[in-house]
Design a protein around this ligand. Structure first.
Ligand code: FCB
Length: 474
């Protein structure tokens, strides 16, 4: 088995080794034009159920791990929760009208599992199924191709009470949920994303403790991760059985990784981090099993893997969803965590209001790297966006110039990497509307549309107006 220092797969080197791919500096180019992308390119926005729906306990919805986490003092800024959020549960026609008027041709949403099942082995809740059926009809009526995500972090609390994703039984529960949803929506929804960002589900929720369920145990996180990947692998054939001509994939959150310095120690640290942050997911998904060098490092924390699991996880998918926000800089930090690495905060670079580095070239670098390492087939940017402190001015407008520039620069980088031969087929901006930003609460705005949480008034921001002009080729 290869060891890290000999591993040829490196984020910063790949793009230079791959001749067909270019990562020109898109930063200061003219804003891109839609006509520079393929005519069948998908243009969407992404959202998720817990972040926008509200209607916390309506029509039979039961408690999710995020309701429980948000109700725990100190976990979410301002003591906020998704109980009301953007009230999308009632206001979706208005939100979809906005999406149609923007000129979107696709929309990524997620399904709240706690609206569908209220107990293990129970029957699906008819009202929950009907809600998503109406939602899908609403998208189709407005020319929005529905992209359904099955799991965007809102696990029913009754499953967490039985051990959550750390328990193998949750894989079966996920298959029950998948079966119910694909049977109900499969006549109209062709595109399915099994999981959103398994890194966050497992590591942020169970190791860093910053997301629900809030545990801080590395071994638990790795077991959760294995079950999440396994549930993906097992769900793919089920979705195909229920949905004619289904297109199935999952969405990973990925960062291009940079070493903090040119020292061999920092470069080795970057490769160790790469093993957990990138290859721990992509290697098993593309048939290589978990990276041996990382298994050696995590030692006893390695997950229990049953015979056949790795084959199931390696099921062929129709696309890879990539969520990109920022690059990470990695420093050698002996004794820090299981991998002796530290992720440095950005220094002397442009950042968003959340302190995330603005690096459009990182998007191109990452995509070229994935293509080079795995050839996953069609890729879609299933999330990309930025957080700024938006205000509605006296004229009732939101002049989010930075977000507009962020969007323009990332689309320019995307155009360049596609021109260089990387097969990206669609882009979903995060997010259509401002929403509940998890542990950050409502203070962090990512929308192309501003939400006044007191009145639920929607205001298209300048970034949204630019996206509209771009999509309508004005
Ligand atoms: C991603 C999440 C999404 C949103 C953005 C900002 O990691 O998938 O729900 O919170 O970050």
């Amino acid at each position: 088995m290869e060891s890290f220092p000999n591993n040829p797969i490196t984020h910063s080197n790949n793009v230079h080794r791959t001749e067909t791919m270019t990562t020109t500096n898109s930063t200061d180019q003219q804003p891109p034009a839609r006509s520079e992308f393929a005519s069948d390119f998908l243009w969407g926005c992404a959202t998720s159920s817990y972040q926008i729906e509200g209607a916390g306990f309506e029509d039979g919805r039961v408690e999710s791990i995020w309701d429980r986490f948000a109700a725990t003092p100190g976990k979410v800024k301002g003591g906020a929760s998704g109980a009301v959020a953007c009230d999308h549960y009632h206001r979706w026609p208005e939100d979809f009208d906005i999406g149609r008027d923007l000129g979107l041709n696709a929309y990524r949403f997620s399904i709240a599992w706690p609206r569908i099942f209220s107990e293990v082995g129970g029957k699906p809740n008819q009202k929950g199924l009907d809600f998503y059926s109406r939602l899908v009809d609403g998208m189709l009526e407005r020319g929005l191709q529905p992209w359904a995500t099955l799991y965007h972090w809102d696990l029913p609390q009754f499953l967490q009470d039985r051990g959550g994703w750390a328990e193998r039984g949750t894989v079966d529960a996920f298959l029950e949920f998948t079966d119910a949803m694909t049977r109900r929506l499969g006549d109209r929804v062709q595109h399915w994303i099994t999981h959103n960002e398994p890194w966050c589900t497992s590591m942020i929720g169970n190791w860093e403790g910053l997301h629900a369920p809030g545990f801080t145990d590395f071994a638990t996180a790795l077991q959760v991760c294995h079950h999440v990947l396994l549930s993906h692998g097992k769900a793919v054939p089920l979705i195909r059985a229920n949905v004619p001509d289904a297109k199935v994939g999952l969405s990973l959150s990925l960062h291009p990784l940079r070493a903090a310095s040119s020292s061999p120690e920092d470069e080795a640290a970057r490769l160790r981090h790469d093993g957990l942050r990138y290859r721990w997911f992509l290697d098993p998904l593309y048939g290589r099993g978990y990276p041996q060098a990382t298994l050696d490092l995590v030692k006893d924390a390695a997950p229990a893997i049953h015979p056949g699991d790795l084959e199931a996880i390696a099921v062929k998918t129709d696309f890879l969803g990539v969520n990109y926000y920022f690059p990470e800089t990695i420093q050698d930090a002996p004794g820090e965590g299981p991998l002796s690495v530290r992720v440095l905060p950005p220094q002397d670079v442009e950042t968003t209001a959340l302190g995330w580095e603005v690096a459009p070239e990182g998007l191109a670098e990452l995509l070229a790297c994935i293509e080079n390492d795995y050839h996953p087939g069609p890729m879609y940017i299933t999330e990309n966006g930025s957080c700024y402190d938006d205000v509605v001015n006296a004229d009732g407008e939101v002049c989010d110039v930075e977000r507009r520039r962020y969007l323009q620069r990332h689309l320019a980088a995307l155009r360049d990497v596609i021109d260089g031969g990387v097969p990206v087929k669609g882009y979903f901006a995060w997010s259509l509307v401002d929403n509940f930003e998890w542990a950050e609460g409502y203070g962090r705005r990512f929308g192309l549309v501003h939400i006044d949480y007191d009145t639920q008034q929607r205001t298209l921001k300048e970034s949204g107006k630019w996206y509209r002009g771009f999509l309508r080729q004005e």
